[in-house]
Ligand binder design. Structure first.
Ligand SMILES: [Cu+2]
Length: 300
């Protein structure tokens, strides 16, 4: 395990992403990349590969550091925050400026690149970069193999939402005390799988709104209108957050009231759930990102 040098620079790097994404000219290189990290859909990974990836995530969560070096007023943190927490912190800090606008795709792509790099350079992960193609599960989302209860290679099922349990997960490899989170307050991972209809997110239950047909409609129906395309794409991705619920939906841990959560802009700690990097990858990652951009460019 190497020294955790990345977190001290991570936040500033993420803040720079917006300007870099749109101001850096695209270099047209003909040379091919020296090394490509394959992206593999979660269900195509072996159990050993899943376990190794989850272990690298837990490794990032186990490395605590004293402070972020360049946060506002140079506030000292209490030494209980981990490298994993840094990613949630950075995402929340960028909640308003990297969402619902053209920065959404490039910023998240870069965010995932940094996260993937951290698993490799800090925690020695050497396997493929996993993603979750949720459109494959749209007919039966609750049965997705992503929600596996295995204590070694499973990401866990829905949480226990009975009174005072706050939808804490009780199965899989990410249960306490093996994985814990710091933002907005210390807590364990929470999930609340739900197929509720979210009319404001485009209508229909979650499992009806993230299928291949929706993906096709979004990529082919808004020729010449980037902003409507952007809007619909954002709505589709919101369905994944809200279907999984809990941390991935930006719901604050119970001791924090909904009002306080909203007033303090705590809703952006969604990378608290490692499913974040799997689910956002279909949008900003190689597969759907290229598919969407290609379809959109061709429609212009
Ligand atoms: Cu985001």
């Amino acid at each position: 395990m190497k020294a955790p040098t990345l977190p001290y620079f991570l936040f500033n790097i993420l803040l720079l992403i917006q300007s870099l994404a749109l101001t850096t000219p695209i270099a047209h290189k003909s040379a091919s990349c020296a090394k490509l990290n394959p992206r593999i859909e979660w269900r195509s990974l072996s159990e050993v590969q899943r376990e190794k990836w989850i272990s690298s995530v837990k490794c990032l969560g186990s490395i605590k550091h004293r402070r972020l070096s360049h946060i506002a007023q140079d506030v000292l943190l209490d030494g209980k925050h981990s490298i994993y927490d840094d990613f949630s912190y950075a995402h929340n800090a960028m909640q308003k400026s990297a969402h619902s606008n053209p920065y959404f795709l490039p910023w998240h792509r870069w965010f995932l690149y940094l996260f993937d790099t951290a698993t490799r350079e800090i925690c020695g992960y050497k396997g493929p970069t996993p993603y979750w193609d949720w459109s494959q599960d749209s007919v039966s989302l609750l049965d997705s193999p992503v929600f596996d209860s295995s204590p070694s290679h499973g990401l866990g099922e829905s949480g226990d939402c009975s009174e005072d349990r706050d939808c804490t997960i009780t199965s899989g490899a990410l249960v306490a005390p093996f994985f814990s989170l710091s933002f907005p307050i210390p807590h364990v991972l929470r999930r609340n799988l739900s197929l509720n209809t979210w009319a404001d997110l485009g209508g229909g239950a979650h499992n009806q709104t993230i299928g291949a047909e929706t993906v096709h409609n979004i990529t082919s129906s808004f020729a010449g209108d980037f902003f409507r395309f952007q809007h619909k794409l954002t709505l589709m991705h919101n369905h994944i957050h809200n279907f999984v619920g809990g941390d991935l939906a930006g719901v604050c841990p119970k001791p924090i009231s909904e009002e306080t959560c909203e007033d303090n802009d705590y809703a952006g700690y969604t990378p608290n759930d490692p499913i974040f990097s799997l689910s956002i990858d279909i949008i900003s990652g190689k597969i759907l990102f290229l598919k969407i951009l290609t379809a959109f460019r061709e429609s212009l």
